[in-house]
Design a protein around this ligand. Structure first.
Ligand code: PLP
Length: 367
């Protein structure tokens, strides 16, 4: 059996550090926010090159908080992609705004900046690009358009910890960036967690209150907000893992290179098209194949945990059948959702396993 991701294999390599981190929190009982969270926020802002980092309960909450903090709410439109994890659009809907879906670029499968202008109306307030699979979106034209039209930009970097665009870390290019620490992400907690990064001190201050009941003091609440705090055990686990993240990302890039070298000359398969604008951190290694569902079934029958990210575009989800949204034509999104196939990739993944995946994929493609 070769899983898509193996969190137990990672735990084995850092067991002592993790066990000590969890024990430390249980001993000092700072279970919610507290010193571990503050330290993690400092360390992650150092890692991500952002001035401020505000921890919260999940990546989804991080998008909600960032949008609210930047003044996005009912009546506003937010331009994003349908080719993403559901939460990107869900967060926009949660704040009462309307997601407006534009198509992705057929090579990168990321937001196509040339589609933005036509989607802008007088209600447009924000753009949420997604650094999907760990690959940086072409941010320069997006930031130029945002500036010209007075829009805010929230980068969904949930899959892209450590990725860069023209030398700058993702999350620091827009007005705010969000990260998810869902266990399977490149930096994963042992439960739910997320954070917002920003260079804006006022936004950071507001976010610290908004995640914790609008608090300005133990018994003082300035506004009705929400409870979305990072817990101490998650912060401690993330602190134990953060020093390993660069090495893990490098290993992912190395594995991606190996896949590409092995699969390059095969017919009937399109490999990830890596732009040269930045560094991809390969949260996922995604190929495109026709007959995707048959190939996926054949791989799974041989014990290979391939996956699909994502088989149903957000605008075609049942949740959006009866909910306010808007979209332009999305032919690339719709086609990609039938062709994408994610191959196993994680730092502890070995060359022997990679050969097995490649052999099984070659066999399936030939069949
Ligand atoms: C994982 C993910 C999220 C949501 O993060 P959670 O921590 O699971 O709430 C949002 N956007 C994208 C692109 C993701 O992959």
């Amino acid at each position: 059996m070769i899983p898509l991701v193996d969190l137990r294999a990672q735990y084995r390599t850092i067991k002592d550090e993790i066990d000590e981190a969890v024990r430390r929190v249980i001993e000092n009982t700072t279970f919610i926010l507290g010193e571990e969270t503050e330290r993690f926020e400092e360390e992650f802002s150092g890692f991500s090159g952002a001035r401020f980092c505000v921890g919260c309960a999940s990546g989804t909450d991080a998008i909600v908080l960032a949008l609210e903090g930047l003044g996005v709410g009912p009546g506003d439109e937010v331009i994003t992609v349908s080719f993403t994890f559901f939460a990107t659009a869900e967060a926009i809907s949660i704040v009462g705004a309307t997601p407006v879906f534009i198509d992705v670029d057929s090579d990168s499968l990321l937001m196509d900046p040339t589609k933005i202008e036509a989607a802008i109306t007088e209600r447009t307030k924000a753009i949420v690009p997604v650094h999907l699979y760990g690959q940086p979106v072409d941010m320069q034209p997006i930031m130029e358009l945002a500036q010209r039209h007075g829009l805010v930009v929230v980068e969904d970097a949930a899959q892209a910890h450590g990725a860069t665009y023209r030398g700058n870390p993702v999350g620091t290019l827009g007005h705010a960036g969000i990260f998810s620490f869902y266990p399977g992400k490149n930096l994963g907690a042992y439960g739910d967690a997320g954070c917002i990064v920003t260079g804006d001190p006022e936004l950071a201050t507001w976010l610290r209150m908004a995640r914790d009941h609008g608090r300005t003091g133990k018994y003082v609440h300035d506004f009705v907000a929400r409870s979305s705090r990072m817990d101490g055990i998650q912060a401690a686990v993330l602190r134990a893992k953060l020093p390993h993240l660069r090495r893990w990302n490098n290993r992912r890039a190395e594995l991606a290179k190996m896949y590409t070298a092995e699969l390059r000359d095969l017919p009937n398969i399109q490999l990830p098209q890596i732009g040269d604008a930045g560094e991809h951190v390969f949260h996922l290694y995604v190929v495109k194949v026709s007959r995707r569902d048959q190939i996926l079934a054949q791989l799974q029958a041989r014990g290979i945990g391939a996956g699909v990210h994502y088989p149903v575009p957000v605008h075609q989800q049942p949740a959006y059948a009866g909910r306010r949204h808007a979209q332009s034509d999305l032919p690339v999104t719709i086609r990609a959702s039938t062709e994408v196939l994610s191959l196993p990739i994680y730092p502890e993944f070995g060359a022997v396993q990679l050969e097995e995946v490649v052999a099984a994929l070659k066999f399936a493609l030939a069949g």
